[in-house]
Design a protein. Sequence first.
Length: 414
Amino acid sequence: MTVEFISVGTEILLGNIVNTNAAYLSEQCAALGLSCYHQSVVGDNEERLEEAVRQALSRSDILILSGGLGPTKDDLTKEVVAKVFGKELYEDTHTKERIETYFKRVRSEQVTPNNWKQAMVPEGAKVVDNHNGTAPGLIMEEDGKTAILLPGPPNEIKPMFERDIAPYLNRLQPEGIYSKMVKICSIGESKAETMVADLMDAQTNPTIAPYAKTGEVHFRVTAKAASPKEAEKLFAPLMDELFGRFGDKIYTTEEEVTLEAAIVSLLEDDKMTLTTAESCTGGLLAGRIMNVAGASNVYREGYITYSNDAKERLLGVKRETLMQYGAVSAQTAEEMARGAAKAAGADAALSVTGIAGPAGGTPEKPVGLVYVGCYVKGHVRVEEFHFTGNRDKNREFAVARALTLLREELIGRK
C-alpha cells in the first residue's frame, strides 16, 4: 500500500520551524511496510490545501496530514478534508468533554470559545484521543481511500501515532519492512558498487541499496517480512554473501555504530590508548573521536600544531625535516605521529598535515594534498592523498582517511 504525507503550516514553508514530523512519519511508515512516493508542505490556504489533498488521494491509498487542527481561523485541515470527502462537521461530545477536562487539569483555566472548534469532527470519522493536547486525531475512510489527520506538535503526534495510528496501519498492511546497514571502509564507492552489481541486478526480497558517505560506503539491506524473526532468515544468505566479498572491510552492521565508535571499541579491546596531531584538520579528527561515548577510556590528549614552531615545540619534529621536506610531507607526518605518541605516552597516534585550500597550493604541492601518519606501537605508516573538494570537504575526507588508516593498522595486528 502507498502512503503520502502533507505537512500543513505556513510557518514550515517560511522556515520558521523544521519539519521533523515528515521525517518521523516516513521512518515509521516504512517500518510498517508502506511505500511513500510523495510528500508535500502546504501553507494555511484553503484552496491550495484542497488541491493538494485531492491530488494525494488520487494517487495514494493512505494520506496522512499533520498540523492545522488547532483552534484558530487559519487551522483548516479538518474542514478541507471533510469537504473533499463530502462530509459535514458535528460537535463530538466525547471530544468536547476531553477538551474541558484538559483545560481544568492541565492548564487550570477556562476554555476559550475558539477551542470548541477542535470538538467539531467530520461525519463518520474515527476520533483518536489526544492524551497530550486538545486537538484529537481523526481517521476517515471512503471508497478505499484513508485520510489520517494528526496534530502538528511533535510531542502530540508521536505518542498518538505509536499508541493508535501504527496499530491501525499495521492491520491494513500486516507485513513490515526491516533493514540492516552494512558499513564499509577501506574501499571506494565505485569499486564497492561494482562488487555487488550482480546482487543488485538479481534482488527481489531482500533488496540492497548503496549510500555514499564521506570516506565510507554504506549498503542498506531491506526485507519485507511478517516478523523480525522471518526478516532475519531472509537477511542471512545475503549478509553471508556480503561478508564473503568484503571481509573485514565491513566495520559494522549496526545502524548506530560509526567508524570512530568501531575504532574506539578496537582500542578498548586491545587496551590501547590514542592521541592525535593535526595541522590542516585543526581538531576535526579529535572531535570525531570525542563524539563517541566512552572515548575517554582510550583518548586523553591531542595536539593542534598548525605552525612549524608548534610542530617542533610540541611534537619534536626536526627543523631539518621541515626545512628540507616542508610541513606538508610524508617525513613531517611520520615525525608528527611519532612525536605525538611519545609526548602523550600513547600506544597509537594519528597525524594529519596538508593543504586544505583554497589558497596555498603550488604545482609541486597542490591544494588537496594531504599526508596522514599512523603510529601503532613503534610502527609508522604514512599515506599520501589528493582530494579535489573545497576546504571543508578536503578536511572531512582527511579525517575519514585517517580513521580508516588507523582501523586498517589495528585490524592488521590481529
